[in-house]
Design a protein around this ligand. Structure first.
Ligand code: UD1
Length: 421
């Protein structure tokens, strides 16, 4: 199994280009199912989750052409409306085909995701929202079986739906379904994440009539058909945030190209509180630090508050900062899997319920650790970059799900990182 070996102590300096966002690419690839003519996407990151989504679309009959970061999807001859357990268990985001399949073809069979490393993560709101639009849904043999065949013209019906929790993929699934529904859908308490906005922009280019994306009320006037379009995927704010923390922790100066500070307000504020200097223009962010950081309290919450996908990285930062920090996770239960591994590197962290108390230590010491999920793995990389000696990170396939060209980018910035097979 592949490992990442990091020799700690190098300051990161230079420029790095941020990729297109994984969490925008996945729903937008699934939106390709809605279009009758080809959808052309650029800045699609070369990630394992993207490859899994393309494979899933391929099993349904979507013709996919990939040329570097450009992906063309032709969904004119879709013949299967199913996402099997084997697909969904490797990537929960496979649930994002449910709304598009049902809206366009009137039928979908998608496996329930089941448990995952960071908590139970149900999809009840996706299902209830589609039911509010008139879909008949049965859960049998671990599958969501959905149909609109009983509805007039087999079309979902516009509806007003209040989501009692803020859900990112739930909002995306329902927005895609509503785009082809008969009538107007109003989604209340919608997720405001930039990736939801990017999906809405892409859908509007395809002919959808969506307004309010980026606020907590999204209005979707259903249309009869959607066609292809050209869309460039928004930059990955979590990848950007991870390199920003890397620059701050190692005490270097890094300029991120293709990065938007306006999508990272909460992260920028915390980095400044920690003592780093952050400057930006419209399309780049520069982080500079002397490596001496102060502990910062973190509380995760839906956008625009501090993202749960940056929690583990700030745990790493706090583990070597001066002082004591409280890190509270409010989105997912059980998202502290990195703590045990960071303790193996010498971090002083104790957990009480959904809060971790992190006491900064002077040094971390390299050790062999195991990646458990995507962002947990990122925290181990960050820790390894500042630890004394060598850190070996096992099970790095988690990192390949979300960080494009990780070793190459880190090496370009001066880190001593290599992959061993
Ligand atoms: C998305 C992101 C993930 C990020 C998360 C929170 C993608 C592909 N993934 O995941 O990187 O960490 O948002 O920002 O975009 N919930 C329910 N019922 C539902 C749906 C969700 O109870 O039907 C709960 C979840 O268990 C969780 C919370 O709502 O506690 C938020 O989850 P959600 O926003 O849905 O996360 P994902 O969309 O899966």
């Amino acid at each position: 199994m592949e490992k990442l070996i990091i020799e700690g102590g190098a300051k990161l300096n230079g420029e790095v280009r941020i990729s297109g966002a994984k969490n925008a690419a996945l729903p937008i690839l699934c939106a390709g199912l809605l279009a009758e003519t080809p959808l052309v996407l650029t800045s699609v990151p070369a990630l394992k989750d993207v490859a899994s989504t393309i494979k899933l679309l391929d099993t349904m009959g979507v013709k996919v052409l990939q040329e570097a970061d450009k992906v063309t999807l032709d969904a004119s001859e879709v013949g299967s409306f199913e996402a099997t357990y084997d697909m969904v268990k490797t990537m929960r985001a496979s649930i994002l085909v449910l709304g598009p399949l049902l809206a366009r073809f009137g039928s979908a069979r998608v496996s329930l995701p089941g448990g995952c490393a960071i908590g139970s993560r149900p999809v009840d709101l996706h299902i209830k929202g589609l039911q509010a639009m008139g879909a008949a849904i049965h859960i049998t043999h671990g599958y969501i079986q959905a149909s609109t065949l009983h509805l007039p013209n087999r079309r979902l019906q516009g509806a007003r739906y209040y989501m009692d929790m803020v859900t990112v993929t739930g909002t995306e699934n329902l927005m895609m379904a509503a785009a082809l529904a008969d009538g107007t859908t109003i989604l209340e308490n919608a997720a405001k994440e930039p990736e939801v906005v990017d999906l809405a922009e892409c859908l509007n280019k395809m002919g959808a009539k969506i307004s309010g994306a980026g606020t907590d009320v999204i209005t979707i006037e259903g249309v009869e058909k959607l066609s292809g379009a050209n869309h460039n995927i928004v930059c990955d704010r979590i990848e950007a945030g991870t390199y920003m923390v890397a620059a701050a922790m190692t005490g270097g100066k890094v300029k991120l190209l293709n990065a938007r500070a306006d999508l990272l307000d909460a992260v920028v504020e915390k980095l400044r509180d920690a003592g780093a200097t952050v400057t930006h223009d419209d399309n780049s962010i520069t982080v500079e630090s002397n490596g001496k950081l102060k502990a910062v309290n973190i509380r995760t919450a839906p956008h625009p508050a501090f993202p749960t996908d940056m929690q583990a990285q700030f745990m790493a930062l706090n583990s070597v900062a001066e002082g004591v920090a409280k890190v509270t996770e409010t989105i997912f239960e059980n998202r502290f899997m990195h703590v045990q591994e960071m303790q193996r590197l010498g971090a002083d962290i104790s957990i009480d319920g959904n809060t971790a108390l992190v006491k900064g230590v002077e040094f971390l010491d390299g050790a062999t650790v195991m990646a458990t999920d995507l962002r947990a793995s990122a925290s181990l990389v960050l820790s390894g970059l500042v630890a004394r000696g060598e850190t070996v990170i096992e099970r790095i396939y988690h990192l390949d799900r979300g960080y494009e060209y990780l070793e190459e980018k880190l090496t370009q910035l001066g880190a001593k990182v290599r992959r061993s097979h």
